[in-house]
Design a protein around this ligand. Sequence first.
Ligand code: GLY
Length: 388
Amino acid sequence: MTASTAGAAGATGAAAATVLPVGGASPYDVIVGHGVSARVVDLLGDAPTRVALVVGEPLRALAAPVLAALEERYAVTVLPVPDGESAKTVSTAAACWEALGEAGFTRSDAVVTFGGGATTDLGGFVAASWLRGVRVVHVPTTLLAMVDAAVGGKTGVNTGAGKNLVGAFHEPAGVLCDLALLASLPRAELVAGLGEVVKCGFIADPAILDLVEDAAVETILDPAGPVLRELVERAIAVKIDVVVGDLKEAGGSEATGGHPGREALNYGHTLAHAIERAEHYGIRHGEAVAIGCVYVAEVAYRVGLIDEATLTRHRSAFGRVGLPVGYAAAPFEDLLATMRVDKKSRGSRLRLIVLAQDGETLRPRVLAGPDEQVLVDAYAALAPGAPA
Ligand code: GLY
């Protein structure tokens, strides 16, 4: 993966847009910079006559410039959807399908999503399923969506059976990560988004960890500044490298030297999903991921895969930006029961993504069927005040 810069310098953040190409069967670009959402029409081009703008309801005012640009060129159908995870239902998707039908959407028409990860997941799924697939451009508005949900083609909705169990792989025609949109994001959401960024540092890019450890925290959290921009670009680059090698999460192979493929992106996610469920989704995903990464580091340390310094680095890197690194609010038996039905499990055999130390390098790998006492002890070590 190689990045290039293009376009005029912005008023803040100073640099031109960065173009991160995603290779594979359906190549596209992820464009990062200030003001890049104005490029949505360039990405869509002349093919569509109609465009549907799937927008999180509270973000309609923020989306006004994108809507105005689209309306200059296309017949636009605005599809406001509920904010957050509550948008990801079959009934919301069905309402979008009905609206596309009424507007006469054809295969050459397109969808644009504007919102957080739930909006890009839902809008991506609508695009994947309408006429078995129309083009979609994502304009993520949260840090979490920029570095994770909008890139890589995973789309879907939730059902009574669980989160993200219905969906499709549908790669976008482009992703516009407009850093100016982060200025209105609540600080707690920005911090939570850093959970996925720091995770990328551990699984593939230690320069992310160096930045998080060395820069002033206020600089890290400044959407107009260069540090957050570099973190976003590096995290997206990690995600691109991983998904290009394993778009459909088929897993790693001998050829990848035991690398678990796309599953590596789920580092920390097995416990994180269990905590999110135990908290009735009242904890932010990135916060749960931070706790989950510290947990798997505790497991890896206990089975001799990483040293104590690497374990300590997990607590310090996530903790430095204000993410939680301890948790004891749910009984471990309950969390373990949820972890056993995680999508990565096979039968009831738990599989965790862990890191294994190879000299100076940390390599993701699968730990299958870990000893239950190790799992229990690692959880006990997360309790605030537990001996380090
Ligand atoms: N969020 C993990 C993935 O895209 O595979």
